[in-house]
Design a protein around this ligand. Structure first.
Ligand SMILES: [Mg+2]
Length: 419
């Protein structure tokens, strides 16, 4: 049976919230960001600012050059999270299958419940009306048979859009849409596809599967082909659900026996960071930390502890793991694992107050994704003592400036999507 998936995306969310909160800003070009300090970037901008060519993630300096009377507003995450949570609650009134995708985006599976509200379109109109009434905010809603198409439909009309794409209209309605509108096609991919003569979804649809795989590799080539066929995941996962994975852990055998606590803690931290990174990559948090040490000849001692919070930050994992171990003898084996896992989908957490720390972690993960494991590590792993405020060491490879920009939260709202 064809599913009905709804994607809701708040329009210029941060900027619109600021405008709604302060009528003096209404109708004016505004940018929300870290201020006008050197190196600040635009986290979000109003429609009026967009008209001047101001874009998200642009430096504030450049944005002001494009739009000299741009009003720069310091972002207030607490306010955005608060509103986002209320909007999520409103969505749950229509179905319990609501997947929070980022602070201003969510999917809903309304297949079974839409009829109670007069069908998908009436349901969508109702949510839009409620959000507008309560917060004076608009959103774009896309409806489709899967997440990929629902999100695409939402992209087609902004702001305040409502677009429905049924399976049967797909070939005609979206064949001329640019491939870059597909979630998962970034600028690089778009450029490369253009070299292959693929500009539109229609082009991608008829492009041979083998050639895509040849050009983009097995996994991504296949994914692109599936996208061209408009196939996408339609499973909407509520924000928290029990997971099947039992634990995530890493272990390490040291080059030689040692009782040097500093050295052992170094490995422990490194392993904890690896565990944290994997938890984040797979969207897990856990509340049981287990640490083991051994001599390398079967004699291992393990200790575990259940903690109050669900965590996926390597340093927090390390602190618990460290507290569990008492190193009295020489050892050669260390392991750290986290269990009691919950799958979490609030990639930009709507439910925590540690937004900044999360941003730092996300930035580090992004750099490491690009340049390989441990491009950026916590200062304590390295012996150079280059510890910065965040406890992270900027890698030579990546450059301090870029790293700082990442930390300032460029693209704070992007999250990876599995379609
Ligand atoms: Mg948005």
């Amino acid at each position: 049976m064809e599913k009905t998936i709804l994607h809701l995306d708040m329009n210029s969310f941060f900027a619109s919230v600021e405008q709604a909160a302060n009528p003096n800003l209404l109708g004016k070009p505004i940018a929300v960001g870290g201020g006008i300090k050197k190196g600040s970037v635009v986290a979000a901008c109003s429609i009026e600012a967009k008209a001047f060519g101001v874009k998200n993630a642009m430096s504030t300096w450049k944005a002001r050059k494009l739009c000299p009377h741009l009003i720069v507003v310091i972002g207030d995450m607490t306010k955005y999270i608060y509103i986002s949570k209320i909007i999520t609650k409103m969505m749950v009134d229509y179905t319990d299958l609501v997947e929070v995708f980022s602070i201003d985006e969510a999917f809903m599976d309304i297949t079974k419940t839409q009829d109670r509200f007069g069908g998908a379109i009436e349901l969508a109109k109702d949510i839009k009306r409620r959000i507008k009434e309560r917060f004076k905010l608009t959103c774009s809603i896309g409806i489709g048979p899967n997440k990929l198409i629902a999100k695409l439909a939402g992209e087609l009309q902004k702001p305040d859009g409502l677009v429905v794409l049924r399976e049967k209209d797909l070939p005609t309605k979206i064949k001329d849409v640019q491939v870059k509108e597909l979630c998962g096609v970034g600028r690089k991919t778009e450029e490369y596809l253009r070299l292959l003569g693929v500009r539109t979804i229609g082009n991608l649809n008829s492009y041979p599967r083998e050639k895509l795989v040849k050009s983009f590799g097995m996994a991504y080539g296949e994914q692109l082909w599936q996208m061209g066929q408009c196939h996408g995941a339609s499973e909407v996962r509520p924000y928290f659900y029990e997971t099947q994975a039992k634990s995530i852990g890493h272990s390490y055998t040291l080059p030689k026996l040692t009782s040097n606590t500093e050295e052992i803690n170094g490995y422990l931290l490194r392993l904890s960071e690896q565990v944290g990174r994997r938890l984040r990559r797979e969207n897990y948090k856990g509340n049981v930390v287990c640490a083991s040490i051994g001599t390398g000849d079967d004699k291992t001692s393990s200790h575990q502890k259940k903690i109050k919070d669900f965590i996926n930050d390597g340093y927090q994992i390390f602190k618990v793991a460290k507290s569990l171990l008492a190193i009295t003898n020489k050892i050669r084996f260390v392991s750290v694992s986290v269990s009691g896992l919950l799958h979490q989908l609030d990639q930009i957490s709507l439910f925590s107050h540690v937004e900044n720390q999360k941003k730092v972690l996300a930035a580090v993960d992004k750099v490491n994704d690009r340049f390989g494991e441990f491009t950026i590590e916590r200062a304590a792993i390295m012996s150079t003592g280059l510890q910065g405020k965040t406890g992270m060491v900027p890698p030579k490879l990546y450059g301090l400036r870029n790293f700082k920009m990442e930390l300032r939260g460029i693209e704070p709202l992007t999250s990876r999507m599995q379609i």
